[in-house]
Design a protein. Structure first.
Length: 296
């Protein structure tokens, strides 16, 4: 199925990355449980927060260490699904899952405070969408995919940028959230607009843009970072990425990937837009109810 039979358990499930995610999740429960209790922290972590954190970690693992990560090296469509899950879906869940008292300590750290300007809404939006767009310039994308250290570093920086971007919408410390509902609605639309050019160029390109998904030799070299065997033997067995492509050709795969990325972004930001608008409406109603009795 999807050509996964050509890969080992280690290739598909990345046990070391899985172990890391499980350790981080266990540390989270120790932090919000025994450590918080021992330190006398009154602020309790709710069951909802714990579920959100676990869901965020699961999504991040599947996108960066599970089958979706591997398939992202065989089809551009899965690559974009991985990007959407990693930087659009997982960050807000993780941010909401970590209690505010932890974020206060993190944000008050001198080095973090020095770079706090990166968290300003316009800067954060330009930083994340800029990094995402630059990454999908064909020559940059192929270079990153062919250089493991650069690949890991770029993905870490992009993840941090996504946290900064989401921080303007789901600020982890409520009393420090200075953004109005109207500003957040504008910020959501800004992000939706900024990502459109990159997706549009990918969707409407007249030919395959990325050698990683169209050139068998480049693809085999890129597979060397996620395939435990000899990528040249794999290349001889399947002939290249077209073997794994569920679509007729690389161009259509590219187009579908761009559409899916944009659709997932629109869906998640649409949900966030509805949430912000509802919170705004509820706040206005409460203020009206407080004013009316005083007038009467």
């Amino acid at each position: 199925m999807l050509g996964l039979e050509y890969f080992s358990f280690e290739d598909v499930w990345s046990p070391l990355f899985l172990a890391l995610m499980l350790i981080l999740t266990a540390l989270y429960f120790v932090l919000v449980g025994p450590l918080a209790y021992g330190a006398g922290i009154a602020e309790k972590t709710t069951s909802r927060q714990k579920v959100m954190f676990v869901c965020g970690m699961f999504i991040l693992y599947m996108a960066q260490g599970g089958p979706i990560s591997l398939l992202g090296h065989t089809m551009f469509t899965f690559h974009m699904i991985s990007m959407a899950l990693s930087y659009i879906a997982a960050p807000p869940l993780l941010m909401r899952g970590i209690p505010s008292w932890v974020w206060r300590k993190v944000l008050d750290y001198p080095l973090i405070r020095f770079f706090s300007f990166l968290g300003k809404p316009i800067v954060a939006a330009l930083l994340f969408n800029g990094l995402f767009s630059v990454y999908h310039i064909p020559v940059v994308h192929d270079y990153v995919m062919l250089n493991f250290a650069v690949h890991r570093l770029y993905y870490i920086v992009l993840f941090i940028a996504s946290l900064l971007m989401w921080g303007s919408l789901v600020h982890p410390v409520p009393e420090r959230d200075r953004g109005s509902s109207l500003a957040k609605i504008g910020f959501i639309f800004l992000n939706m607009v900024l990502l459109t050019p990159a997706c549009g160029l990918i969707i409407f390109a007249s030919e395959p843009l990325f050698a990683t998904y169209s050139d068998p030799n480049v693809w085999a070299a890129a597979m060397g970072y996620c395939y435990s065997g000899d990528p040249q033997i794999l290349l001889q067995s399947v002939g290249g990425p077209s073997y794994f492509n569920l679509l007729p050709n690389a161009q259509q795969d590219q187009q579908v990937g761009g559409v899916i990325m944009k659709m997932i972004q629109e869906l998640i930001f649409g949900i966030m837009l509805a949430y912000v608008f509802f919170q705004w409406y509820k706040k206005e109603r409460l203020e009206e109810e407080e004013i009316i009795p005083n007038v009467s």
